[in-house]
Design a protein around this ligand. Structure first.
Ligand code: SF4
Length: 354
């Protein structure tokens, strides 16, 4: 199986053409065809010399993963797609378009990408976490999710919030980000890209050292370390204080505000006392809290809190001087929990096979 061309980063692609005795601008030409126009064959690159197209065909592929299934909701604003990766693996991606009701978001189209098939983090509230880990995605497989949507429309923002932990696959995540922000690539603003992590400190340090202007979201989900360890078993060795310190380092390195994600679980982490404790842990840092009322996943036994409880939690944070918002939910009807579309599909396939 030939290597996918988009597994090469921008510098690697330039080096390849130089090594082949081609002018440097070939890298720009090929990247523009592959990423801006989204072509999936080298034969479509009509301004390349025929001999070069033959050589590219011999050594690389640009094939796009096939669409296995998709669902659309929110009056067409949200689309969730499941892409086939071969060997029975699949990965899901979502595009959310925002309408004129929110002037700040007008014209925005956000693609939520996955970075792994499954996930090893085992968060107790997550459908993907319950499925276990299969493998890391390659840079080309991460980019393919955005390209799936840009071939038909637009993407202005990318969030790394689908299946998997991006900072457990940092090299591929960063390689994909480099093409996303490259002028010959998807040419997105770095500030329009957000990497969401369950809190892998080494990954956060590495990201801070890259000096990219991408946004960082750290999942806290609990105001104390004991509860956090129960909700995110792999959080084991990392304390909330250590994560706040890592967030501070990221803010200093990038000048960007960090977001703390907090999934509100009924009767588990949503009391007013817990809101006060949370405020005390993160006070003084240039951060924002994104409250996410839980979207129940079958088999977890966890519930979504009432609106009143969500409002009360939010009010306490605000009264404590913490900048917080409740997430506007998109795609709830079509399975908002990451991994849910894949779970449904895999179950349907196994039913068919029985
Ligand atoms: S919430 Fe994210 S990090 Fe946790 S198990 Fe699910 S995919 Fe993995």
């Amino acid at each position: 199986m030939p290597r996918h061309l988009l597994d090469l980063g921008p510098d690697d692609l330039s080096a390849l053409f130089v090594a082949w005795g081609e002018p440097r601008y070939r890298a720009s030409q090929v990247a523009r065809w592959a990423l801006k126009r989204g072509v999936t064959t080298f034969d479509a690159m009509t301004d390349l010399p025929a001999a070069l197209r033959v050589r590219l065909n011999e050594e690389f592929t640009l094939a796009a993963p096939p669409l296995l299934t998709s669902t659309v909701t929110d009056d067409g604003a949200t689309t969730k797609a499941l892409l086939g990766l071969g060997n029975g693996d699949s990965v899901e991606t979502v595009r959310m378009a925002y309408d004129s009701e929110d002037p700040e978001a007008f014209g925005r189209a956000t693609v939520c990408v996955s970075t792994q098939v499954g996930c090893a983090m085992g968060c107790v509230f997550c459908a993907t976490g319950q499925q276990g880990f299969t493998r890391n995605l390659t840079p080309a497989e991460i980019l393919a999710q955005v390209l799936h949507f840009t071939r038909e429309g637009r993407a202005t923002n990318v969030v790394f919030m689908g299946m998997g932990e991006p900072l457990a696959n940092t090299s591929a995540t960063l390689a994909a980000v480099r093409w996303m922000i490259h002028a010959d690539g998807l040419d997105l603003r770095a500030r329009g890209i957000t990497i969401s992590t369950v809190g892998l400190r080494t990954g956060i340090h590495r990201l801070a050292a890259e000096g990219l202007q991408v946004g960082l979201t750290i999942s806290l989900h609990a105001p104390d370390d004991d509860l956090r360890r129960r909700l995110i078993p792999t959080a084991g060795g990392t304390t909330i204080d250590e994560l706040v310190a890592a967030a501070r380092e990221y803010i200093e390195a990038t000048g960007r505000r960090v977001t703390f994600a907090y999934a509100l679980l009924d009767g588990v982490n949503d009391s007013e006392e817990q809101a006060r404790l949370l405020a005390s842990r993160i006070r003084g840092i240039q951060a924002h809290v994104n409250l996410i009322p839980y979207n129940p996943t079958a088999g977890t036994g966890l519930r979504r809190p009432s609106r009143d409880r969500v409002r009360a939690f939010h009010r306490v944070l605000q009264a404590e001087g913490i900048n917080a918002t409740v997430r506007v939910e998109r795609g709830v009807e079509i399975a908002a929990a990451c991994g849910q579309l894949r779970t449904d599909y895999v179950q349907r396939q196994s039913l068919t096979l029985v």
